[in-house]
Design a protein around this ligand. Structure first.
Ligand code: HEM
Length: 218
């Protein structure tokens, strides 16, 4: 059995790795905002390159393991907190803490549901579906993304999930700074500001992708 400290460190390390993945995923997906023809071929070529690269494949397995460990560890921590009466009703610090810091478990669960939908939308179809090929002979993932984001309900699901992601990231990065002992009074304000800025930029940027596709491909 893991101690509370090892559990927190595992949560922190997997969380930081997932945040790093998000940044790379975000930067790659920015190609969707390029002029249509360029976005189409470039996005598909980029995905093809990633899927054929052995290093990326290994990193992907680390990513899947991190998602599972982070979710399981989060579940155990949430259940333990509840059992020890650390929920917001009985926790006197609750009054001063933010609602999202008390509800990391709920935000995490929403993100897990989002990930199931997201994997079904793209990952599963790309890996196991029958996607047509583009002009360059690459699987046409771009058309799949456009077709998914043409549906208004997916746009709503993605926007709501990015709101959950934003709060989850803000609190997660703040906790990680504490767990790693970077909580120096002199720098804490700047770490906090950088964490909040990162969370907002990533979440708003991701939310703009379905909105952009929805309004561009009418
Ligand atoms: C809203 C804009 C987003 C778009 C357009 C998008 C697009 C995609 C696409 C096309 C894939 C399949 C690519 C492949 O398997 O090679 C994918 C995979 C994935 N996405 Fe997203 N994504 C978005 C947001 C997110 C967010 C917010 C998260 C996490 C919270 C996320 C997590 C993942 C993960 C974990 C994978 C699997 C990666 C792998 O197999 O290595 N995505 N995404």
């Amino acid at each position: 059995m893991l101690s509370t400290l090892s559990r927190k460190i595992l949560m922190c390390l997997t969380g930081l790795f997932l945040s790093f993945f998000l940044l790379i995923h975000f930067l790659g997906n920015l190609q969707l905002f390029l002029p249509q023809e360029q976005a189409h071929l470039q996005f598909n070529a980029y995905s093809h390159f990633l899927s054929g690269n052995i290093v990326i494949k290994i990193v992907s397995y680390v990513l899947y393991a991190s998602i599972i460990l982070h979710a399981l560890d989060g579940l155990i921590i949430t259940l333990k907190n509840k059992k020890s009466g650390g929920n917001y009703q009985s926790d006197r610090r609750g009054r001063a803490s933010k609602w999202y810091s008390r509800n990391m478990g709920i935000l995490g669960t929403l993100l897990l549901i989002f990930l199931v939908i997201h994997f079904q939308n793209f990952w599963y179809v790309y890996k196991f579906g029958n996607l047509p090929l583009d002009k360059n002979g690459n699987k046409d993932l771009y058309i799949l993304v456009v077709n998914v984001f043409k549906e208004w309900w997916y746009v709503i699901i993605y926007i709501l999930s990015m709101i959950a992601l934003c709060y989850h990231l803000i609190q997660g990065i703040y906790s990680a700074i504490r767990t790693l002992g970077l909580f120096h009074p002199k720098y804490v304000k700047w770490f906090k500001v950088a964490g909040i800025a990162y969370s907002i930029i990533i979440s708003v940027g991701f939310a703009l992708m379905p909105i952009y596709v929805f309004f561009t491909y009418r």
